[in-house]
Ligand binder design. Structure first.
Ligand code: TYD
Ligand code: MG
Length: 444
């Protein structure tokens, strides 16, 4: 049996545990990240409680409900879940508090009692922001204090709990300052215990480190049901919400928001974000339709191939991997007879989109061919296909859905794999190709 108040030292960066104090973590090399923790014997006493198994037959799945924000529901896999705990991470100023106050306002307006706990802002600050967001409604209660025990005490028949942020709160069950690994873990555990035992959906806000990880013990992400990351470029009003872990749904959906004067709004036409609508054809530009979860998005790929005087040409890729760029250049050289060995090649995906969908390969390859040969592709043509090592074009998933989106935005032709199914929507003229060389011959 563990002795009462035994101590150990653990690293909040990588979770390394040591029995003696160390200045630098031997596992991840970080200085000053190993902190003392008290191990109480409560874990032992909890284990001693008799537990009995439950029959799965007749157990009801947890109830789902809408947060009132469609883009958030989409990323959560269809809405918030009774007793589900979400950790929302993101850089300061990205809009975490704004998003959650909007959620609280929506839920309160639909009749729920909601508790928004803020350890970072005063009641008047939260009130000011609520009125700006139109969230100042009857059912919304705020608790502006860093004492999480006090916050959980006032929790009664609330429908949702928001804790902003887990690093700013403190529990009397552990020693240490707010934000230390022991405190962060204990605060999160207290909230999770309450959420699970009373079935209250809970959102914990987490700050992130320079590397983009949620600050605090590694364990934090394992403790919660869902981890969401809110990101965006500083200079832009657009924000992207993604799930990196989701026990109640997939992690492939994205939520797209725009920060406006009165809070976050869903982006009306997301395809416009990643595509410079223009009638002029420019060499080096190719358009594709990628799937971001269940949503088709038109994406524009840009390439620039320019002669270099240096023996080692430069290659850069933004929005997809450098390996893919090298591979496509090799396929172009071998299968289309177009050498790029004396050219610097820069390739970029417009709007900062991260291309994960292999269906974008054909557009990437055609953008490269177009720039290297200085011949523009037709501006009303989109390209869908995965490029294989021998230059073959493979079919992509959900082609009809992608073609419908292309047609909606005014594209007239689409180049697809010859192996695509027979039944494609008649909305655009379809050109079927077996190889990259055939694609170049038909539109290049
Ligand atoms: P905030 O939600 O406080 O970010 P976080 O909680 O992630 O730190 O977002 C703050 C930024 O958003 C701030 O720079 C002001 C801006 N903002 C708007 O542009 N419109 C609004 O309606 C609100 C409330 C904030
Ligand atoms: Mg905040």
């Amino acid at each position: 049996m563990a002795k009462k108040n035994e101590v150990r030292y653990s690293c909040y960066q990588c979770g390394y545990v040591s029995l003696s104090p160390v200045g630098r973590c031997p596992k991840c090399g970080e200085w000053g990240s190993v902190e003392q923790e008290l191990i109480s014997s409560s874990a032992q006493s909890e284990r001693a409680r008799p537990m009995s198994p439950q029959k799965v037959l007749g157990l009801k799945p947890p109830r789902r409900f809408s947060s009132g924000i469609g883009e958030l529901d989409r990323v959560l896999g269809g809405g918030m879940v009774e007793g589900g705990v979400v950790l929302l991470g993101g850089q300061p100023g990205i809009g975490k508090s704004t998003l959650l106050l909007q959620v609280c306002g929506n839920l309160a307006r639909s009749g729920s009692k909601v508790l928004y706990v803020s350890g970072e802002e005063s009641a008047s600050q939260v009130a000011l922001r609520s009125s700006r967001l139109g969230a100042d409604v009857e059912g919304l209660e705020i608790f502006c204090h860093s004492d999480v025990d006090g916050a959980l005490e006032v929790l009664s028949d609330h429908g949702v709990l928001v804790v902003d942020s887990v690093q700013a709160m403190k529990t009397g069950e552990e020693s240490g300052w707010p934000g230390t690994p022991t405190q962060v873990r204990a605060v999160a555990q207290r909230c999770i215990d309450v959420a699970k035992s009373r079935g209250i959906p809970t959102v914990l806000v987490g700050h992130i480190t320079k590397e983009g990880r949620i600050a605090g013990p590694m364990l934090l992400e394992h403790m919660v049901d869902t981890v969401l990351l809110f990101s965006g470029e500083e200079s832009s009003a657009y924000r992207v919400l993604r799930a990196t872990k989701n026990r109640y749904g997939g992690t492939d959906e994205v939520g797209l928001f725009q920060m406006e004067g009165r809070g976050l709004k869903a982006v009306e036409d997301p395809s416009g974000l990643y595509w410079n609508r223009g009638d002029e054809s420019v060499p080096g530009v190719a358009v594709t339709v990628v799937m971001e979860g269940s949503r088709p998005l038109v994406a524009e790929v840009q390439a620039l191939a320019a002669t270099t005087v240096f023996p080692y040409p430069k290659r850069t890729a933004r929005g997809f991997s450098l390996n893919k760029l090298h591979l496509l250049l090799a396929v172009i050289q071998k299968r289309c007879g177009l050498s790029t060995s004396g050219l610097d090649v820069y390739a970029n995906v417009a709007g900062g989109l991260d291309l994960r969908d292999p269906g974008a390969d054909l557009a990437l390859a055609m953008a490269l061919v177009s720039s290297a040969s200085d011949r523009a592709l037709p501006s009303d043509c989109c390209l869908l296909g995965e490029v294989g090592l021998v230059g073959e074009i493979r079919p992509v998933g959900r082609t009809p859905q992608r073609l419908k989106e292309a047609a909606r935005l005014g594209f007239k032709t689409a180049v697809v794999s010859a192996r695509e199914g027979e039944e494609l929507p008649p909305d655009v003229k379809v050109i079927r190709v077996r190889s990259l060389a055939e694609a170049v011959a038909s539109v290049g």
